[in-house]
Write a protein that binds this ligand. Structure first.
Ligand code: HEM
Length: 221
């Protein structure tokens, strides 16, 4: 429950206190990769700085998607229901890093000789013909309605049930994101990292499926 009007320490109950402490901590943790990225811009980013920045924002998008998906199973495991209070924030940061990743890709690939010359046909061709780009773009596009409807107003407008249903799009986003990563690095012999993320997504989604089937069976019984 939010209670913005309370001012003194004594009036805050322990849940509100925990939230006031944890929220800034979660914000700081979510902003840490961005801070590191900005700091690294002043360092030597290697032979291909654009690739380094694109890969950095891409991998952090994937990590934030994983954390968002892990919140509910963690709640089941630990019984700490307050974890759900941070899920929306982490999900919005996943979208933020995805948008950054997409912007870096567009700006560095399709703006030829400065900002006055934008290669729109090249962008459309890339988005519709290269399999790993199609997968990444699908993952990103599906995050847009989730970010737009992440406010409390939208939860009220849609109703909890519809909102939850819509936000299951994150499952498709996660699968498309892993596929994007897998296809991107599958030219290497053993794409271990994408495989590990794939296993993680399978566990996080499979667990949900197993629980909902078990619950349905129990309610039928
Ligand atoms: C949820 C959305 C997305 C996720 C999770 C994601 C994730 C990733 C990951 C993990 C990598 C590789 C990192 C590495 O090799 O270490 C990557 C690379 C890349 N992604 Fe994405 N991506 C997403 C969306 C997109 C979109 C929308 C585009 C463009 C349409 C895109 C374009 C690229 C490109 C071009 C690279 C390769 C960079 C290079 O090697 O130069 N990604 N992405």
């Amino acid at each position: 429950m939010r209670n913005e009007g309370l001012g003194t320490r004594d009036q805050l109950n322990s849940t509100q206190w925990r939230r006031r402490v944890f929220k800034p901590v979660v914000w700081l943790l979510c902003l840490a990769p961005l801070a590191y990225l900005i700091y690294s811009l002043s360092l030597d980013l290697g032979a291909n700085p654009i690739e380094t920045v694109t890969n950095f924002t891409g991998i952090w998008t994937l990590r934030f998607i994983m954390v968002t998906l892990a919140v509910t199973p963690l709640r089941w495991l630990t019984g700490i229901n307050q974890l759900v209070n941070y899920r929306r924030l982490v999900g919005l940061f996943a979208f933020f890093y995805a948008a950054l990743h997409f912007i870096v890709y567009i700006v560095t690939t399709f703006f030829i000789e400065g900002f006055s010359n934008f290669d729109a046909p090249g962008l459309v061709a890339d988005l519709t013909t290269r399999p790993y780009i199609i997968a990444g773009f699908t993952a990103f596009v599906l995050m847009v309605p989730l970010a737009l409807t992440s406010t409390t107003g939208w939860i009220r407008r849609l109703g909890g049930k519809n909102w939850n249903l819509l936000h299951r799009l994150i499952y498709i986003t996660a699968m498309a994101a892993v596929l994007h990563y897998y296809w991107k690095v599958s030219v290497k012999l053993v794409p271990v990292n994408p495989r590990n993320y794939g296993i993680l997504v399978a566990i996080l989604l499979g667990w949900r499926l197993w629980r909902s089937v078990a619950r349905r069976r129990a309610s039928e019984a």
